[in-house]
Write a protein that binds this ligand. Structure first.
Ligand code: NAD
Length: 502
């Protein structure tokens, strides 16, 4: 505890420890590989939240009027600094989230892609122009920023998920308040410092640490014009309802239960590798993790053998020491995930590989749970119905493609899915028929590139905008159509009729 640091808010390009006279409320931040408390994060009061929102509001008009050329220069500098120092950020992520370093670096790289996309903002903001729409009348459209916007992010991608949103929001001329997860808040402050170093003016990028109190202020404060949220489905729905009721534009990405279908003609080695990577990467704490492997008979026995063989070779341990898989984010989450394995076993699933007694290469008090493979899972079991968000891969055996498709389409979530096959016709049918927002064909984690948009369907997304790509530009701007007449030889005098084009 002696070394525990305070993780504060960020306002006007400096740390901010709160607006109130009383001592701030804090929550502990742990290193999941050791169980040690490494920091105390401030939890904002309503007054703290208002101070940060006010800073974002005060900076807006000047940033909005800053030329695209100047905004873009800051973006490019931020991109260069982030690229040069991404290992530093990866180490911060591993220390608070637990994911292994190579995975943390992958997260930063995917965020960097969005920064690179946002560097093209002058092109992305181009409007349209129609000459002579009516006689001597021209029409053009422009895209303008919204104002101060909020980004509320989950624990599992403390750098990438905020970067799905804020580079585009800032490039488009908005100012931002980021409310990161209280479980791993340090990445947000590192990013804020980097923005300052890149020359972003004070107040354009701000960080508000906290919990529900902070979120509720962001959702209801009239100065915040839009909210981008990523997290679990119940909170996403709450954020969407509350934010839109307050008149804001809201995109709220929720939870997931991603299925991968393995058809009998698939390359089973490729499929088994993919199931292990997508099931256990980041200890299953990814919204695009595969948690259900749907084996279309007669391949289930062989597939389960191959997945089990590979799973047994995985090394669970401290993410800084070369392990394949790190710990879970908190002890409470570790215990909850383990309880799902207990429940699955009680309900009749076969525990083929059991992670509950894992010997991890890490601290004795780390939040360890090894990769777990369950076979003969059925749709009634809680291990199937619930989003577990841990290293538990369930195999459901089905007799046909139609049965597999029906399972996915009747699931309440629709974030990601994949099919493994060598049959192009079957793959084409699947991508057409499946009711899921992101589809992989022989690709287990089909996370779209920055210039496409990321988002699920059904209970995996509330709102109609996905993250980044064209949707991101659309979300963070509003359009204005301007009709102009300069030279009109016959303006027609007084006429109270509705204008008609001629
Ligand atoms: P969470 O819903 O617990 O928290 C997300 C954010 O909401 C955090 O900033 C948190 O402080 C805040 N929050 C928590 N409870 C709140 C409440 N009662 N009122 C207001 N705000 C509240 O999610 P998490 O555990 O941090 O992240 C894991 C979840 O996020 C999983 O369900 C995962 O599938 C989902 N996720 C989805 C995507 C996607 O793109 N769809 C991406 C990453 C994570």
């Amino acid at each position: 505890m002696a070394d525990a640091k305070t993780i504060a808010h960020w306002l006007n390009n400096a740390t901010f420890t709160g607006a109130g006279a009383t001592a701030p409320v804090t929550a502990p931040v742990t290193n999941p590989a050791t169980g040690a408390v490494t920091g105390e994060v401030l939890l904002a009061s309503v007054e703290d939240a208002r101070a940060v929102i006010d800073a974002a509001a005060a900076a807006y008009s000047e940033w909005r009027d800053t030329s695209l050329a100047k905004r873009t220069q800051v973006l490019f500098r931020f991109r260069e600094l982030l690229n040069a120092r991404k290992e530093e950020l990866a180490a911060i992520i591993t220390a608070e989230h637990g994911k292994v370093l190579s995975d943390a670096l992958g997260e930063v790289t995917r965020g960097l892609e969005v920064v690179e996309f946002a560097c093209g903002i002058p092109y992305l903001l181009q409007g349209g122009f129609t000459e002579n729409a009516s006689t001597a009348v021209d029409v053009h459209s422009v895209r303008q920023p919204l104002g101060p916007v909020a980004v509320i992010s989950p624990f599992n991608f403390p750098a990438m998920v905020p970067m799905w949103f804020f580079p585009i929001a800032i490039a488009a001329g908005n100012t931002v308040v980021l409310k990161p997860s209280e479980k791993d808040p340090s990445a947000s402050i590192w990013l804020a410092e980097l923005w300052a170093e890149a020359g972003l003016p004070a107040g354009v990028f701000n960080v508000l640490q906290g919990d529900k109190t902070a979120v509720d202020e962001l959702l209801t404060n009239p100065k915040i014009k839009a909210v981008s949220f990523v997290g679990s489905t119940p909170i996403a729905e709450y954020v969407y309802r509350t934010g839109t009721a307050a008149g804001k534009r809201v995109q709220a990405l929720g939870g997931a239960k991603n299925h991968a279908v393995i058809l009998p003609d698939a390359d089973l080695d490729l499929a088994a590798d993919a199931m292990v990577n997508a099931g256990f990467g980041s200890a299953g704490e990814r919204c695009m993790a595969i948690s259900v492997c749907v084996a279309v008979e007669p391949v289930a026995d062989e597939l389960v053998n191959r997945i089990a063989e590979r799973t047994r070779t995985l090394r669970t341990g401290d993410g800084t020491k070369g392990a394949d898989m790190g710990p879970l984010v908190t002890k409470a989450h570790r215990d909850k995930v383990a309880s799902y394995i207990d429940a699955g076993e009680r309900e009749g699933a076969k525990v083929v590989v059991d992670g509950r007694g894992v010997q991890a290469d890490g601290g004795a008090d780390g939040f360890w749970l090894g990769p777990t493979l369950l076979d003969n899972v059925t749709p009634e079991m809680s291990v199937y119905t619930d989003e577990i968000f841990g290293p538990v891969l369930s195999v459901v055996r089905v007799q046909s493609y139609d049965e597999a498709l029906n399972l996915i389409n009747s699931n309440p979530y629709g974030n990601g899915t994949a099919i493994f096959t060598n049959d192009g016709g079957a793959a084409r049918r699947f991508q057409n028929e499946v009711e899921v927002g992101m589809v992989g064909i022989n690709v287990p984690i089909p996370v779209p590139m920055a210039y496409y948009s990321f988002g699920g369907w059904k209970a995996s997304l509330f709102g109609d905008s996905h993250a980044h790509g064209a949707h991101g530009v659309h979300f963070f701007t509003r359009t204005k159509a301007v009709t102009t007449r300069w030279l009109d030889p016959s303006h027609g005098g007084i006429n109270l009729g509705f204008p008609q084009n001629n």
